[in-house]
Design a protein. Structure first.
Length: 328
């Protein structure tokens, strides 16, 4: 590799939460960043300096041409149908995009390397949902998978394809097994963002009730801005490998409600009601990750606690709702 040239990265799912934080990080590091957006993508505006291309994980027909043209050093596969509840309604679509989509990239990269003779490093966004019905109180790289949704089954498929391309073809391919990671850019359908958005709106008198599903489940929630740094670190190692990325702490939905509503001086018990529409046919009761390998090998550690995360998200939602309210 010519060290005088800027490195080139291609990010799928660049219009999502992780795509935003990762592209920002890579631009700061001097990368030329390309991103894949689906044809119905919302405008992503910032950060500037992105090179956007249409592409969809359900259709790999232009992946080879994109690779030959862009010649990326690193490909980060962050795109997916990533909503667990929705995957029960759209299981086949989810399997195709979230599962087979990974294989479309791996195969395109293998063929590209053969054609061009240039190595490409591949990051696969694997998920703690793969652990599902957990067999141990804390999960690491050795914990067996027991997926509990069409989404999680698709992620398990993508995980093993990534391992297999590494073992069969010597591809530099890594799985980041990321536990739940949130931010003010988290999609509005996920429980943390749903809570912080509602708390802000209730505080401003724009809404009174918040309908939720299962309040007893527990998650290991970290900050997305911290987690994209772990992705990058994985691709800088001498050898490809798989890593758990987590905070090691777990909290119930009730505790997250306490943190978010409490920050605004509100009592969530007066506002939250249960709606069976948000329950899932099979639930993941609890997740808690052991990121000691990431700490030891990558020198990675989370910087933001769950409490700080809830406050950051509530503040951002409050600011957003206030600006929005003024415009109305
Ligand atoms: P996931 O861990 O990837 O499924 O992330 P989510 O944020 O979608 O869900 C986290 C947990 O919150 C799950 O156990 C859900 O069952 C629970 N939950 C409770 N109420 C809701 C809700 O209204 N929406 C969502 N998305 N999750 C909810």
């Amino acid at each position: 590799m010519d060290d005088t040239l800027p490195r080139v990265a291609l990010i799928t799912g660049i219009s999502g939460q992780d795509g935003y934080y990762l592209s920002k990080l890579l631009i700061e590091k001097g990368y030329v960043v390309h991103g894949l957006i689906p044809c119905n993508a919302p405008g992503i505006g910032e950060p500037p300096g992105l090179n956007l291309h249409y592409g969809d994980l359900a259709d790999g027909s232009n992946f080879g041409t994109l690779l030959d043209t862009i010649k990326p050093d690193e490909v980060y596969n962050l795109a997916a149908q990533s909503h667990v509840r929705l995957s029960f309604d759209l299981p086949i679509y989810t399997a195709d995009v979230t599962g087979v989509g990974v294989l479309r990239w791996l195969e395109a990269i293998r063929q590209h390397q053969q054609r061009i003779g240039r190595p490409v490093r591949f990051y696969q966004a694997s998920s703690s949902e793969m652990f599902g019905k957990v067999s141990t109180p804390i999960q690491n790289e050795q914990t067996p998978f027991h997926p509990r949704s069409p989404y999680a089954c698709a992620k398990v498929f993508g995980f093993w394809q990534t391992v297999n391309y590494r073992e069969a073809y010597g591809l530099f391919a890594c799985n980041g097994i990321l536990f739940n990671h949130e931010s003010p850019r988290r999609g509005e359908g996920f429980v943390t963002r749903k809570i912080t958005q509602a708390a802000a709106r209730i505080k401003l008198g724009l809404q009174d009730k918040l309908m939720l599903g299962n309040l007893d489940s527990q998650r290991d929630w970290g900050f997305a801005g911290d987690y994209v740094d772990a992705m990058w670190r994985m691709l800088q190692q001498p050898q490809p490998d798989d890593y758990v990325v987590a905070t090691g702490e777990t909290h119930t939905i009730r505790e997250f409600l306490d943190a978010a509503f409490g920050h605004l001086g509100l009592d969530w018990h007066k506002h939250v009601e249960q709606d069976p529409r948000f329950l899932r046919p099979a639930e993941v009761d609890t997740l808690r990750g052991d990121a000691s390998k990431a700490k030891r090998v990558l020198g990675w550690e989370p910087q933001v606690s769950c409490q700080q995360l809830a406050q950051m998200m509530v503040e951002a939602d409050l600011a957003y709702q206030m600006t929005n309210d003024k415009c109305n």
